[in-house]
Ligand binder design. Structure first.
Ligand code: SAM
Length: 248
């Protein structure tokens, strides 16, 4: 009788483990399907915005990273059901994880190579940093709100992107010890292009930054520095970002 009870006990334990495992697998498959659908939405939006972008599609490598990086791991539990809608979502402290369409465009415009060193200003949830980590050699990211920086570092570690260098501070001044950068992406709107960031951009490098003011017209601006250090800017498309804060 004791042996039967023992056997039943272990059968129940194994059953529970199998149930939990299969629920996890089903959920992951579902997230993967949702990422696929999201990428199709982004492709359609790129076509709609082609007049601004001067291109009708994005680099396949960028689309592949969107298929791979688990955005649901970078949002709060309550936002998980919406993780793969093409919209920004709240991440606390009045901040947002950016709209996937915008993340895709900003990443594409950097034209990253596997050997590149990239700086992100405005870590937020860590999602954009994870996307960059898939495409570049090293990623440095700065967040001005300390608890968000801490949460993003945890998100990146949990999802296997622990090689991303994170720091809390004012990204207006860049990350001097790690400069120069092949690419810089600023994910909060600035009234002007921060001179320290221009200085920390390599000759041949590209920076993408929203410029304007909160609740006013903002434009995504592509800044390029040529081999002779000549800096050129190009307005890409109107956007809406939270402000670049700090004492600068
Ligand atoms: N890239 C983020 C992601 O993937 O979740 C979204 C970034 S959110 C739109 C903009 C972030 O910039 C906010 O978290 C905000 O706190 C941060 N920020 C604003 N001003 C900053 C500054 N001067 N230096 C660093 N981060 C700043």
């Amino acid at each position: 009788m004791r042996r039967v009870k023992h056997l039943i006990f272990w059968l129940v334990v194994i059953g529970i483990i199998l149930l939990l495992f299969s629920t996890h697998v089903i959920a992951e498959n579902d997230f993967s399907r949702q990422r696929y659908a999201l990428v199709n939405v982004i492709k359609a939006e790129i076509m709609t915005a082609r007049g601004f972008l001067n291109q009708e599609s994005l680099d396949e490598r960028v689309l592949d990273t969107l298929l791979k990086v688990p955005r649901h791991e970078f949002v709060r539990d309550t936002e998980r059901p919406h993780a793969y809608t093409n919209s920004p979502l709240p991440i606390g402290y009045g901040q947002t994880i950016s709209q996937p369409f915008i993340v895709a465009i900003m990443t594409d415009l950097l034209q990253l190579k596997k050997t590149d060193r990239v700086l992100e200003v405005g870590t937020g949830s860590g999602y954009q940093a994870a996307i960059l980590a898939e495409l570049a050699d090293s990623v440095y990211t700065i967040e001005i709100i300390e608890p968000l920086a801490k949460q993003a570092a945890e998100n990146l570690k949990r999802t296997g992107y622990d090689a991303v260098h994170t720091r809390s501070g004012d990204g207006y001044y860049g990350w001097e010890e790690a400069a120069p950068f092949d690419g810089i992406v600023v994910t909060a709107v600035a009234s002007h292009i921060p001179p320290p960031l221009i200085k920390q951009l390599k000759p041949g490098g590209r920076m993408i930054i929203p410029v304007g003011a909160q609740f006013m017209t903002q434009y995504l601006v592509l800044v390029t520095k040529d081999a002779n250090e000549k800096v050129t800017t190009r307005q890409i498309l109107p956007v809406s970002f939270v402000p670049l804060t700090g004492k600068h």
